[in-house]
Design a protein around this ligand. Structure first.
Ligand SMILES: [Zn+2]
Length: 457
């Protein structure tokens, strides 16, 4: 058995290592999922492989742009079937009336449909890797869908153990929650050739007991799993944490040990100077979710200020019902536009934003991807700047502005993970559930939800 070889040639290649790392008519040679050569070297070695009689998959990418796959650092695949719920509720009532009852009604089958729909949408938008927060139960269904998708997925069961703050139907006790995370880690961490990973996912400080947070913080430090939670998304949430703990949210998380380069906090909008200093000193990542923050009227994350303090900021679409898209182009565009309102023009360039969506996201998740360099895994996307309405792009030399401001997911031609084709525009896409499957799963969710309501009465 020879090694699987892929040669992609003719594209404008955006390596994302430096702003000027842009090669017209570039090439990429992939062997067994890794980038082994670029450009002239890739063509030469490709020709040698053919001369040696080795079989080689060849992709003619002339006219296309080749970029590392997008990395989204905050997603809820379990919520995709809850898309197009209420539009005008702030965080806590929205969770209590729509999201938590919906999540509680999942069984394995509906959760798997939800995850497949979300993963299909992510691939079709050029996302190759994501950090997902699961729900309390049935998380194997998310990993099964992730395995089938070919994508790089880190996920875990949502930890919600405090009886005072969580609905009974969406709560697991402290020991049960911890045991489930350990069971999932044993089954899935490093599975599918390393594409799948398990993270500890306490939902937010309000939903967890102090003991649970301290235990996972210490376990994560010894076993190397990521910790992913929401923090300081909403002013009422910050007030609740203050009432429970006497501390600001980020300060409290740091106190229990949830901070550091293995921690990704979603949102992080309402912080004071001491919390920002902590984020910077510890190397904690902030996952910025601009659509979600606007739709839930949560506020605007001070991204330029964070970056100026050396805090790593990455991007995510959050769950489908607070967006209602899982589209990296929407998040990049909003992330670039919001700072122009405050503090003003010129603080966050299109280059900065594409870096956040690729290399910075990969670094936050500890993934060997996010840039196109020899030795990195071959997770990449082909974009067609000539299709749709992103043209002309001839007014500028750099390609980042068009990606952030004029392109959308309709420009994604193909998405590859580990050199394997996971999505091609216009071709059959069995990962995406059929409309009838989605309708049936939502009908079942609604039925189980009303049966649950009936039992409570
Ligand atoms: Zn979220």
């Amino acid at each position: 058995m020879g090694k699987d070889i892929l040669l992609v040639e003719g594209a404008r290649v955006l390596g994302m290592t430096r702003r000027d790392d842009v090669t017209p008519d570039g090439a990429l040679l992939v062997e067994d999922g890794a980038i082994v050569a670029l450009h002239g070297d890739a063509r030469r070695r490709g020709a040698e492989a053919i001369a040696a009689g080795r079989s080689l998959r060849r992709v003619d990418a002339r006219g296309l742009w080749l970029i590392p796959g997008f990395v989204q650092t905050h997603i809820h695949l379990c919520q995709t079937l809850l898309r197009n719920g209420p539009d005008d509720l702030p965080l806590l009532p929205w969770l209590k009336t729509h999201v938590w009852p919906g999540e509680a009604a999942h069984d394995e089958a509906s959760l798997e449909i939800s995850a497949r729909l979300g993963l299909a949408e992510l691939l079709a938008g050029g996302t190759t890797a994501l950090l997902d927060m699961g729900t309390v139960r049935h998380t194997d269904a998310v990993f099964r869908a992730a395995e089938a998708s070919g994508m790089r997925v880190t996920s875990g069961n949502a930890l919600m153990d405090d009886p005072a703050t969580n609905p009974e139907e969406l709560r697991a006790g402290t020991e049960e929650s911890l045991a489930e995370s350990e069971r999932l880690a044993k089954r899935w961490h490093g599975a599918a050739g390393g594409r799948l990973k398990v993270a500890y996912c306490p939902r937010f400080a309000v939903s967890c007991t102090d003991g649970l947070l301290r235990t996972i913080a210490s376990r994560a430090r010894s076993n190397g799993l990521l910790v992913h939670t929401h923090a300081s998304e909403n002013a009422d949430e910050v007030a609740l944490v203050m009432a429970r703990t006497g501390k600001r949210n980020v300060t409290y998380l740091d106190d229990v040990g949830i901070s550091g380069s293995h921690v990704v906090l979603a949102h992080v909008i309402h912080t004071d100077a001491s919390e920002r200093a902590l984020l910077s000193a510890r190397g904690t990542t902030v996952a910025h979710c601009p659509s979600s923050n606007l739709k839930l009227a949560s506020g605007i994350c001070p991204v330029p200020e964070y970056r100026a303090q050396g805090i790593r900021v990455t991007l995510g679409a959050d769950g489908a019902p607070c967006n209602d898209r899982l589209d990296p182009f929407t998040e990049m565009r909003l992330a670039a536009l919001l700072p122009k309102v405050r503090p003003g023009a010129g603080v966050l360039s299109a280059w900065d934003v594409v870096r956040m969506a690729t290399a910075d996201g990969a670094a936050a998740l500890g993934l060997p991807a996010g840039t196109l360099e020899t030795g990195r895994r071959a997770d990449f996307v082909l974009l067609d700047p000539g299709s749709g309405f992103a043209s002309p792009t001839a007014w500028r030399d750099d390609p980042y502005g068009p990606i952030v401001y004029s392109m959308d997911r309709s420009h994604v031609v193909a998405t590859y993970v580990e050199g394997g084709l996971c999505y091609r525009r216009g071709e059959p896409f069995p990962l995406k559930p059929a409309a009838e499957e989605i309708d049936a799963a939502v009908a079942a969710l609604k039925r189980r939800q009303s049966e649950g309501d009936g039992r409570k009465r």
